[in-house]
Design a protein. Sequence first.
Length: 196
Amino acid sequence: MQAEFHQVNVSKLEEVQQVFAHILEKYGTIDIMVNNAGINRDGMLHKMSPENWQMVIDVDLTATFYCTQQAIMHMRTNNYGRVINISSGSWLGNIGQANYAAAKAGVVGLTKTAARENAKKGITCNVICPGFIETNMTLKLKEINDGKPWDIMMAKIPAGYAGKPADVANMVAFLASDEASYITAEVINVGGGMIV
Ligand SMILES: NC(=O)c1ccc[n+]([C@@H]2O[C@H](COP(=O)([O-])OP(=O)(O)OC[C@H]3O[C@@H](n4cnc5c(N)ncnc54)[C@H](O)[C@@H]3O)[C@@H](O)[C@H]2O)c1
């Protein structure tokens, strides 16, 4: 098993194209694509700057389009592939997250379309919606207002605690496996009961 890391701004098409060209030249195949990069710039819609709108759309949606397209172009020639896109329970709408919800809802539409266009090519495309997972994105809530925003989130989770990155990674591993070969165009929540 060999692993290689590259720092890429996935919202820049040229950088995405370069890294895909490198992977194909060196390894000759791309079997699994996980689009996980994401940012948020929260604020009420009536106060949201066009810059914060665009930045979130660029990273959370357009980058997913760039990477999904690059991967699928190759997977179609190979008649095999797994695309796993990370959305969010916020895609259903969440106060203070118009930009993020729009981008993450876009990821759902993009992925379901890719799934249906490529199902006969042995490619599955699915969405995972994490609920509230303990990562750098959420841990900053502990630093605000004596941790009250964090406590408010905990009260919304039926399981009573934040998920761990491994909870999401386990679902990614399952969707990438042969056991998941008949599962496509699905939206799967990993949220301790938070997303209904
Ligand atoms: N943590 C949660 O509760 C939660 C809930 C729902 C969805 N998500 C989603 O899960 C995914 C992972 O988030 P996380 O919680 O680990 O957040 P995080 O902030 O800890 O990690 C996000 C990662 O994305 C990378 N990234 C940001 N912009 C990038 C760019 N332009 N190019 C390449 N990489 C870039 C960052 O470097 C970072 O490594 C995101 O898509 C996020 O929207 C997280």
